[in-house]
Design a protein around this ligand. Sequence first.
Ligand code: NAP
Length: 237
Amino acid sequence: MDKVAVITGANKGIGFEVCRQLAKAGVNVVLTARNEGNGKAAVNKLSSEGLKVSFFKLDVSDVKSFAGLFDYVSNTFGRLDIFVNNAAVMLDKGGAELGPIAAESAWNDLSSTMETNVYGPFALCLAMAPLMKKNQYGRIVNVSSGLGQLSEMRDGHESYRISKTAINAVTRVMAAKLGGDGIKVNSVCPGWVRTDMGGPNAPRTVEEGADTIVWLATLPDKGPTGGFFRDRKPISW
Ligand code: NAP
């Protein structure tokens, strides 16, 4: 049977393009989105291009729904080869203000950001890994950002930065946990990409943004694990 991939937050932007590229490569893609109408519209678009894509409604901040995703993939395909933690939010458009009132708002931003960008991806790795482990094969790609690099850390977008540093820790712990089972776990920075999050001035297309994600999702057995990549090359944490 063809390989099976699940991509989160895939109704638009980079995640949608990852679905397209993986489906074009012959992978059975499960496109997930938190909004059913938007997700189904995205699936219809790819189906009209002749690609094999199905839909599952998934809000990555709702841990109670992960068992449903596990059951759907298990009952429909009986296997999982690729999991892309793509969904994320950037709630703090500028930088956090100083002072006790602003601190409360920053606290709220960070809590919500961490739920979507870190707790969800971490719990999803744990939830879905058994479907990979049984075939001793898996590729997990965590979509991070250069804004999470400790070596390049600045202020601005603090909640988002902290969440992307933390998802890199998720990559390291999961790579260690699953490495003995043929499951590779890597982080990727897609670069600055023209999407709703990246804005219209970003220099990269979604095709360029998706490239290294798809490369990591289809790594050969001798490929790397536990790394952080941009443009198919390692970058510093
Ligand atoms: P985007 O166009 O804003 O898409 C984000 C996707 O995540 C949307 O489908 C959104 O769904 C989904 N999402 C947000 N919260 C969710 C939740 N709780 N459950 C399920 N889905 C949820 O952003 P993008 O630029 O494609 O970003 C994709 C990934 O690349 C993210 O991890 C982002 O941090 C990373 N990244 C992007 C850039 C860039 O320049 N664009 C740079 C570095 C890293 P809705 O449509 O329902 O909101």
